[in-house]
Design a protein around this ligand. Structure first.
Ligand code: ATP
Length: 283
């Protein structure tokens, strides 16, 4: 493995450059149209949330981007150049890394071993453990990921720490785009905050981040834009500065009224009648 695999220098183009763009994506499973005419883009230095209800097509779109399940039709561009992404290896070679929900972590191995699994550093015929450890500590520090030790088995880390290690491992190939599939699912509040902090660090490094999430609080907290899928089509695109959580939920469900929007309306009504600050906005 080359010495710069753990390079700490970002390799991304200037902020705002289109890194990955999909147009006219179609994907069928037999009679099911999982994706119809989907356009999607992520630029350098932004976090794009991909949201939608169960069965909306999020996983299918992630598989298209990651090369795990190529589209039937449509174009895939990396930095404006059309490419053919038929396998995960091809996506990876074009700078697209994916952290799937299962994390693919070896619980019995320590953090260093997991980071370098399959790309171990060697000195002569022996593993270069000190160098791998040094680089692991350096990268974790740069990304503000705090672990009790890099020499403890993954099994003894918290869910948030495990997720963080899986994300850091995805950075070893110096990707330009990182796809995070439900990175905070099943995490507690503090662990979620830890992972969202790491997402912020990725954006600061100029990466394009695609965040697949069911959690609107996470999306509101960290995303710059959101793309809503519904029944395999793009139902809405939003700048997070201009959208409320209720609008997002309404677009996801396809309903103008639902329990979230109704409660928000009730809260707004009460707020209008009561002095400011007497009601939170956590609908
Ligand atoms: N391998 C497959 N074979 C047949 N149908 C599939 C397959 N994968 C997905 N689908 C169908 O495609 C549609 C989109 O599914 P997908 O898993 O992409 O949705 P999702 O938004 O990721 O949902 P969830 O949030 O539940 O994971 C669904 O109707 C689903 O049943």
């Amino acid at each position: 493995m080359s010495a710069d695999v753990l390079s700490t220098e970002p390799h991304t183009p200037p902020v705002g450059t289109s890194l990955l763009s999909l147009t006219g994506i179609q994907k069928r499973f037999g009679a099911v149209r999982a994706l119809s005419d989907v356009d999607f883009e992520v630029r350098a230095g932004e976090v794009v949330a991909l949201v939608g209800d169960n069965g909306a097509g999020k996983s299918t779109l992630v598989k298209v981007m990651s090369g795990a399940g190529p589209a039937d039709e449509g174009s895939y561009r990396i930095e404006g150049r059309e490419v053919s992404i038929g396998t995960p290896a091809a996506a990876s070679a074009h700078g697209v890394a994916t952290v799937f929900q299962d994390l693919a972590i070896c619980d019995n191995l320590d953090v260093v071993a997991n980071l370098f699994l399959g790309r171990e550093l060697t000195r002569g015929v022996a593993l270069d453990e000190p160098e791998m450890e040094r680089r692991t500590v350096e990268l974790l520090e740069q990304l503000s990921v705090k672990l009790p030790s890099v020499r403890i088995p993954m099994a003894s880390l918290s869910g948030g720490q495990r997720q963080s290690v899986a994300i850091v491992r995805a950075l070893l190939g110096s990707p330009k785009v990182v796809l995070l599939d439900e990175p905070t699912a099943a995490l507690g509040v503090a662990q979620t905050a830890q992972v969202l902090n790491l997402v912020e660090r990725l954006r600061e490094r100029g990466l394009g981040v695609v965040l697949i999430s069911h959690n609107m609080a996470d999306v509101m907290a960290v995303a710059d834009r959101a793309v809503v899928l519904r029944l395999g089509r793009v139902a809405g695109r939003f700048d997070m500065a201009d959208v409320s959580r209720e609008q997002l939920v309404a677009t996801i469900t396809g309903a103008d009224t639902n329990v979230v929007s109704e409660r928000a309306a009730r809260v707004a009504g009460r707020s209008a009648a009561a002095p400011a600050g007497t009601e939170g906005n956590q609908a």
